[in-house]
Design a protein around this ligand. Structure first.
Ligand SMILES: [Zn+2]
Length: 435
């Protein structure tokens, strides 16, 4: 039986790998909301991603607050800031880099070692706790390998070197970086943070060889499972998400491709600058001369999500679920659902055959909400004005197992025929439900 795993935010771990002077390059992964991934695996294998995820764009003109989590020298942070700002030239959006002590930020950058490069896509950053990064950069891959290899050799240490030796040397003698690589990776990840997706998912662009050798290659070089390769490499977007663009092999959002990975021998080298296509697309998504993009789709922003309270109410005979958050709509009207699902302690959704308390085959209670365009609503801030109720007699037999309540906001875009767009996601700790 195929079951849906909730938590799949896999970070790449690089152990003490033996290496020559050249450190291998690493591809980026996008941080995905788990429920979104579940739908990818089980329901919708093609519809979610594309060259830009219109449903997770920020509002045009937004000033995004960005901070660094602990780590990274001033020199390196300055390089990140400078290269991220490249997008501001073409998009009506700006990054405001604020002090590390700032409590609330839209984006959080972690300069760390051994966790790969990755980023949440656009407003999916809102799903991440304020203590967690929304963008990770792996500084091992920014290090000037030639410089550090020479330094090690000067000390009489001969290759091959391992990452521990590099890390030690970087601690003693910091800030020797490959600027070109930093620029490429920073622009790519900040591209994701603005809602852009991998260009290789453009429909029909790349004729991948989906053979074991390709899967093995990504397992070996990136540590990725087959599901992860399917999601990050092979996934093809619906035409809708190309936003009328043509495939752009020069995009900063395109991976390098080796000829043996494709059916027709097609290959690409890394791109180091924003392409004309990147500039045009980001300018169309965040136009400087219009209030709103003509590519705008219905969407909602969920912010200040500070509580997800769940009460056992024996008098009413059910679970009372009270999330507390603010929600903002844009000018387009979509259908919004507030959904609370049950998941077991391992993170698998609880299946059900119940006709009513059911969201895609999983035990859930939900409400369709009527929201006005261009409006803001606060739920359960100060006074209680919203709850979801799950009657005990509609909950499947749990055999005494504890469950988590997974709260999500979904949106259906009827006009464009796009359904179940995940707008927000939060989960409780495991709790017991009385019989
Ligand atoms: Zn990427």
């Amino acid at each position: 039986m195929k079951r849906a795993l909730i938590l799949l935010i896999v970070l790449i771990y690089l152990g003490s790998v033996s290496m020559a002077q050249q450190f291998p390059k690493i591809n980026c992964t996008t941080l995905v909301g788990d429920a979104m991934l579940e739908r990818n695996l089980e329901v919708d294998t093609v519809g979610v991603r594309g060259t830009a995820d219109n449903y997770h764009m920020w509002h045009n003109g937004d000033v995004l607050l960005v901070k660094f989590l602990p780590g990274g020298s001033k020199t390196l942070r300055d390089k990140v800031i400078q290269n991220a700002r490249e997008w501001e030239k073409y998009a009506n959006i700006s990054f405001k880099f604020v002090a590390d002590t700032t409590k609330y930020t839209d984006l959080r950058v972690k300069l760390g070692k051994g966790y790969g490069h990755n980023s949440a896509v656009g407003t999916e950053a809102n799903f991440r706790p304020q203590t967690d990064p929304t963008i990770n950069f792996d500084t091992l891959y920014f290090a000037d390998a030639d410089y550090y290899a020479a330094a090690l050799q000067k000390k009489g240490i001969m290759p091959p070197y391992n990452y521990d030796q590099l890390i030690k040397e970087m601690t003693i003698d910091p800030d020797h970086w490959v600027n070109k690589e930093i620029r490429r990776v920073v622009m790519h990840e900040f591209g994701h943070s603005l809602g852009l997706l991998h260009e290789q998912s453009y429909p029909g662009a790349i004729k991948w060889k989906k053979t074991d050798s390709v899967y093995n290659y990504y397992e070996k070089t990136q540590g990725w499972s087959r599901d992860k390769v399917d999601f990050n490499v092979f996934e093809v977007a619906e035409k809708f998400y190309t936003n009328g663009t043509t495939y752009d092999s020069k995009s900063i959002m395109q991976y390098a491709i080796e000829p043996w990975q494709t059916v027709d021998g097609f290959s690409l080298k890394d791109n180091y600058e924003l392409s004309d296509g990147d500039k045009a697309l980001i300018g169309a998504l965040y136009p400087k001369n219009q209030k709103e993009s003509s590519l705008e789709v219905p969407k909602v922003d969920v912010k200040n999500f500070n509580r997800l309270d769940v009460f056992n109410n024996s008098t009413r005979g059910g679970l009372v679920i009270v999330p507390s958050f603010d929600i903002r709509t844009n000018s387009k009207l979509g259908q919004v659902y507030f959904v609370a699902r049950l998941a077991d302690e391992e993170g698998y959704y609880v299946k059900t055959s119940n006709l009513y308390y059911n969201w895609g085959g999983t035990a859930a209670t939900y409400q369709k909400m009527n929201l006005l365009p261009d409006s803001k609503v606060s739920y359960n801030k100060g006074k209680k004005n919203f709850e979801l109720f799950f009657p005990y007699d509609q909950i499947p037999e749990l055999n005494g197992k504890r469950v988590m309540i997974v709260f999500a906001v979904y949106l259906d875009d009827v006009v464009n025929g796009q359904k179940d767009k995940l707008m927000y996601f939060s989960t409780t700790n495991p709790l017991s439900i009385p019989k």
